[in-house]
Write a protein of this length. Structure first.
Length: 423
């Protein structure tokens, strides 16, 4: 009888230990999250983790990455292919030179040849034909073909490069500047993504993150370091964060509100474009590696041990128990751009769009090389539905893009669509 009790106790102990082990294996670090719209986001992390939500975080679908490498960053872009189909391009990067690519909302992922074994820390998609990846030991890669092939970009550094941000206009428009930050206060700036100029940061702390809004750039890193530039990254001044822990990620929520994530569940928040900061104590005690916003009020922060924190007030308060907004077919998009009609066209077509807030609105036409052809709209407009005629009688047959940009102060949204001129 005593032996039987001992065996039962041993089996019970083994079962508990196994359960604890299995449970602990599911607590994966979540290193990066990107929103595609107000309710759709993709996150990546430890052991090749890729997970996607389409209802604001109520439900997450784990996608098959096919790897166990740590993934550090992800980005996306939507574009029309030559057949007029809308494609969702996703790219994720991580340790040992890993680059993954998906063109079906992450349903399937393909391992690409990066040409390096260095850890890759960040990916930024400017356009489908301009994608940059940075990594350790001065690694900088570029793809000009939707992430299929990658070439090395020369940059005069052997420091670990941690994050990339672009300053200036939006998709299909000329970028005024790109900033890369890295270890030991490294900052590089380029106005063409080819030639890189190192800038004086005034710090030797590792810089882990950078973000932009208009011509204001904020980067941050070890020891609570925050640097701020108001001239597209040419010169930098230090701001007081109020903390001495690492700041892993900074994001602009609006043109003035900025959120930074840190160690031990701490965050910092600025309401004056990064000039002054206040500390936020969240309900978590783990390191928070990433933050992103689906709207000016709703955001998600991810971190170690599978942590997800939610905010519905623009980052003032955070909780693990907030119910995210669910996706709905009745949700009103703040900006809607319709397919031009007719399409293909000759020589005229109509472009219609809807804005749900008073805003500055522009519509510009670009050719396949990204050269601006014409400005159709550039004015302040009240909320409403609008249409504009585009006459291309003086243009050659081919594929053109029309870009709608709406800036209301609280939001800055750009939408791009393709049209075909046939003569």
């Amino acid at each position: 009888m005593k032996l039987n009790k001992t065996l039962v106790t041993l089996f019970a102990l083994l079962f508990i230990l196994s359960a604890v082990k299995i449970f602990s294996q599911t607590l994966l670090d979540k290193n990066s999250i990107k929103f595609e719209n107000s309710t759709t986001a993709t996150l990546v992390g430890q052991d090749g983790l890729i997970s996607r939500t389409e209802d604001g975080g109520l439900n997450w679908t784990t996608q098959t990455s096919g790897i166990t490498n740590v993934l550090n960053s992800n980005d996306y872009v939507n574009f029309c292919n030559d057949n007029g189909e809308m494609i969702n391009l996703q790219v994720a990067v991580g340790e040992n030179g890993i680059i993954l690519r998906s063109v079906d909302n992450g349903t399937t992922w393909e391992l690409m040849t990066s040409g390096t074994l260095e850890n890759l820390n960040d990916v930024t998609i400017f356009t489908p034909n301009t994608i940059l990846v940075c990594g350790n030991n001065g690694t900088l890669l570029k793809s000009a073909d939707f992430g299929v092939t990658w070439t090395t970009v020369t940059i005069n550094s052997t420091k670990d490069l941690n994050e990339i941000a672009t300053i200036g206009s939006s998709f299909m428009e000329v970028k005024t500047s790109t900033v890369i930050v890295g270890n030991e206060g490294t900052i590089f700036v380029s106005d063409n993504n080819i030639d890189w100029i190192e800038k004086t940061s005034g710090t030797t702390d590792n810089l882990l993150t950078v973000d932009f809004k208009d011509n204001v750039v904020i980067c941050a890193g070890d020891n609570g370091t925050i640097l701020r530039s108001v001239d597209n990254g040419a010169t930098w001044l230090s701001s007081t964060s109020g903390i001495i822990t690492k700041i892993f990620d900074v994001k602009f929520v609006t043109s003035t509100v900025v959120i930074g994530t840190s160690e031990n569940g701490k965050m910092v928040r600025s309401e004056d474009s990064g000039d002054t900061w206040t500390t936020i104590e969240t309900s978590s005690e783990v390191d928070l590696y990433s933050v992103n916003f689906g709207s000016i009020s709703f955001g998600i922060s991810t971190g170690s041990e599978s942590t997800e924190l939610y905010t519905t007030d623009g980052g003032i308060t955070w909780s693990t128990s907030i119910v995210p907004p669910s996706a709905s077919k009745n949700v009103i998009e703040p900006v809607k751009l319709n397919q031009n009609y007719p399409n293909p066209f000759n020589p005229s077509t109509v472009i219609s769009y809807n804005v749900n807030d008073n805003a500055n609105v522009s519509i510009k036409i670009y050719d396949m090389t990204g050269r601006e052809i014409r400005t159709l709209v550039n004015s302040f407009q009240n909320a409403g539905t609008y249409s504009v005629n585009f006459n291309a009688s003086n243009l050659a047959s081919g594929i053109y893009f029309y870009v709608l940009r709406v800036n209301s102060g609280s939001m800055d949204i750009t939408k791009t669509m393709k049209m075909i001129l046939t003569k």
